[in-house]
Design a protein around this ligand. Structure first.
Ligand SMILES: CC(C)=CCC[C@@H](C)[C@H]1CC[C@@]2(C)C3=C(CC[C@]12C)[C@@]1(C)CC[C@H](O)C(C)(C)[C@@H]1CC3
Length: 734
């Protein structure tokens, strides 16, 4: 077995492997895999690039660029740097870390199925966790910036032990103390109970039922799982399978020892059924409702008398759905959590000799990323489309795309966008309850293959911008393919006029009252989001400018209803609540982009005016904006300790969309963003940019390039326009 004790340094400050030997391979459709080269010969044959070095945190030693005289020159310097991080195939790879409950799935899932890791991977995963302990107490949180929780600490503690760290290691001694102070692993939230049960260090009796038979109910029922938010149902399918068979790893010395380490009390005396609703206070974000507890007690009764044929039929059905999901996504599945759960089911049913086992093992690699601090598991197999969508639009809108030295880069980006569009519906379509995909752009890669409304919107915009505005680019995406994506978007509007993430809202609002996850908010059904709504309607409107003859009445109607949704969802203070980026700054940028489309600006619309005043009231004395992820948890603005460059860019973009008439706040913000730029044109990484399920931050490190370049270039032009109109007004007055 490749899991054995290791001698590990006390801290993860210095790499445990030779960072000059890591290489990022970009293959197929933008797939990312990291490789460690063992010999000097291999290293010579495959030299390290600036792209590798940048993400590994190695110095690029670039000469300083000419000091920028204005905002546009700063944007140009920014792109001179960022172009170096473009992969040969045209997209911009990047890490996608933040959640601290993903590596546990990877490592526990691999351990229980007998899949190993390379030594260098193990060492850097350990180092990553050493570097991500909470600076004050030494535990782990649900995400890298969060306080220590049982979820983060119990699971990552197991990861460290599995990977070979001794229980006496100073970091583990500390983490164990945190865990015990929080009451021990009994109070881990539901998903933690699940992983620990799979590892055989928690009793299945301590889990609320995850009844697979729900899948056998008639599809028409309003609470049928096919109506749940896609991430929730895709996780619950393999979860219910593994619960249904009470899967657990065979006992071994490590497991026996973990049973002692994780609990302050005697493991064998724990009253397991009493733990089902025991969740540590530090973890609890979305407490169960009474109705939830009542229904789960009924399911608990059912569990005691479940009929074997019904259980068998339910398990068979879940297994079928799992196989379909694996095949629809190239064994990546929708996301990192379902990935590892599906992997366990397939390993269990299909066995270690099967293709499914081998493919699952191989595709773990797509989520594993080496960063400055070690190796993490990413939130998806990358954010390829999302990142290329923004930077390409930024280049076109700032005019940088037209500059000779950037032509090749922009054509390469178009080629990548072209190959990324999904041109068919999934192999298993209706049978696996999928939304159509023909015409869509996904969030990451075509192989992952899921429609996301706003990714399709941003992908479409990026293609239209390049194909329609940048001279001499080939027209790679045909009219028909563009129509396919417009048809898809037109079909994704919800009854409230807004757009959700992957699908239409399928279930009733009250399903949120049955959220079992405890640590995530708003995960049971789709919801309409101002961000997604904006990406879609801006894409449709830009499309219409270039293709005025195609479904104009439908587009008009969809846009009108969407604008109505945005009006309704404005918060009383004037901002919009962001669900995917932090937070009011993020969503307000999107909402004002939408309003600008229909001519609603500071001068003409009370909505836009209120939003601008809200943003201006949050500008800090240094000219920037800084909002904490706590805003997302609390649904109320919380200041960040530091001003954030990326948020400053969002706020300024919002003001520009609304044609805010006073140049002064914009000029101050531009100065702030320019002052943070390094001589080589880059910006340093600051706080997390993104969020999901209200409670978990996630990194979008490419935003510090796309939104800075975009904002600086646009502000440069906007400020010039403002000055020109002020001068002409003055002239008229004279
Ligand atoms: C709770 C579970 C299953 C955790 C796994 C993590 C996923 C749920 C997260 C990770 C990345 C994530 C935040 C993402 C999204 C949904 C939830 C994801 C997939 C979407 C696609 C929703 C729509 C958004 O506008 C946007 C496109 C930014 C994000 C992208 C990342």
């Amino acid at each position: 077995m490749s899991y054995s004790p290791l001698d590990i340094a006390a801290t993860g400050q210095h790499p445990f492997t030779d960072y000059a030997r890591w290489r990022l391979r970009v293959s197929e459709d933008g797939r990312h895999t990291w490789h460690y080269l063992n010999t000097d010969e291999e290293c010579r044959a495959w030299p390290q690039t600036d792209l590798d070095k940048y993400w590994l945190g190695l110095p690029l030693n670039l000469p300083p660029l000419p000091e920028p005289e204005d905002a546009l020159a700063a944007a140009r310097n920014g792109y001179t740097f960022y172009k170096r991080l473009q992969a040969k195939d045209g997209h911009w790879p990047g890490e996608y870390g933040g959640p601290m409950f993903l590596l546990p799935g990877l490592v526990i899932g691999s351990y229980v199925t007998g899949m190993g890791f390379k030594m260098e991977e193990k060492l850097e995963m350990i180092r990553y966790l050493l570097n991500r302990t909470h600076p004050e107490d030494g535990g782990w949180g649900i995400h890298v910036e969060g306080h220590s929780t049982v979820f983060g600490t119990a699971l990552n503690y197991c990861v460290m032990r599995i990977l070979g760290v001794s229980a006496d290691h100073p970091a583990l001694v500390k983490a164990r103390a945190v865990l015990h102070k929080l009451g021990g692993a009994t109070g881990v939230p539901a998903w933690g109970k699940f992983w620990l049960s799979v590892l055989n260090v928690y009793d299945w009796e301590g889990n609320n039922p995850v009844t697979p038979e729900l899948w056998l109910l008639p599809n028409a029922l309003p609470f049928h799982p096919h109506r749940w938010w896609i991430h929730t149902r895709t996780v619950y399918i393999p979860m219910s399978y593994l619960f249904g068979i009470r899967y657990k790893m065979e006992e071994n010395d490590l497991i026996l020892s973990l049973r002692q380490e994780l609990y302050p009390e005697n493991y064998y005396h724990i009253d397991w059924p009493a733990q089902r609703n025991n969740v540590c206070k530090a973890d609890l974000y979305a407490p169960h409702t009474r109705i939830f507890d009542f229904l789960y007690s009924l399911l608990g009764v059912y569990e005691n008398c479940a009929l074997p044929p019904a259980r068998r039929a339910a398990l068979d059905y879940c297994y079928k759905l799992i196989v379909q999901e694996d095949e629809n996504t190239g064994y990546q599945t929708l996301g990192p959590v379902s990935k590892m759960m599906n992997l366990i089911v397939r390993a269990h049913v299909d066995g270690p000799e099967s293709d499914a086992y081998k493919l699952h093992m191989e595709k773990r690699q797509d989520f594993m990323w080496v960063c400055t601090d070690g190796m993490m598991m990413c939130g998806t197999n990358g954010s390829q489309l999302w990142d290329i969508g923004f930077i390409t639009q930024a280049l076109v809108e700032t005019g940088l795309a037209h500059e000779e030295e950037n032509k090749e880069s922009i054509v390469n980006a178009l080629r990548w966008l072209d190959q990324c569009q999904i041109q068919q519906n999934p192999k298993y379509y209706e049978s696996s309850f999928r939304h159509r995909t023909k015409g869509a752009w996904p969030f990451s890669t075509k192989t992952q293959g899921y429609t996301v409304s706003d990714c399709t919107g941003e992908g479409l915009k990026a293609v239209l911008y390049i194909q329609e505005h940048v001279e001499s680019t080939p027209k790679l995406v045909s009219d028909q393919r563009i129509y396919d994506s417009v048809d898809l978007l037109l079909g994704m509007q919800n009854h409230d006029g807004g757009f959700a993430s992957y699908e239409l809202i399928r279930g009733p609002w009250w399903l949120e009252m049955l959220n079992p996850a405890e640590v995530f908010g708003k995960i049971m059904i789709e919801h309409s989001y101002p961000e997604c709504t904006t990406s879609v309607i801006t894409a449709l409107s830009i499309f219409q400018k270039h293709y005025p003859q195609y479904r104009p009445a439908d587009i008009r109607r969809v846009v009108e209803r969407a604008v109505h949704f945005l009006h309704k969802s404005q918060m009383p203070e004037g901002g919009w609540f962001g669900s995917w980026g932090i937070c009011f700054t993020y969503a307000t940028q999107f909402a004002l982009e939408s309003l600008s489309l229909v001519g609603e600006t500071y001068e003409t619309s009370p909505y836009a005016r209120k939003a601008c005043n809200f943003l201006i009231s949050k500008q800090r004395s240094d000219g920037g904006w800084g909002e904490s992820y706590k805003s997302c948890e609390l649904t109320a603005w919380v200041e960040h300790k530091q001003t954030q460059v990326v948020q400053t860019c969002w706020a300024v973009m919002a003001l520009i969309y609304a044609r805010y008439p006073d140049p002064e706040p914009i000029e101050r913000a531009v100065r702030l963003v320019m002052s943070r730029q390094k001589p080589d044109g880059s910006w340093p990484q600051e706080a997390m940019e993104g969020v999901f399920n209200k409670n978990v931050t996630i990194a979008y490190p490419n935003f510090k390039f796309s939104f800075t370049i975009w904002m600086l270039g646009r502000a440069h032009r906007y400020l010039a326009e403002l000055k020109a109109s002020q001068t002409s007004n003055e002239a008229r007055q004279v």
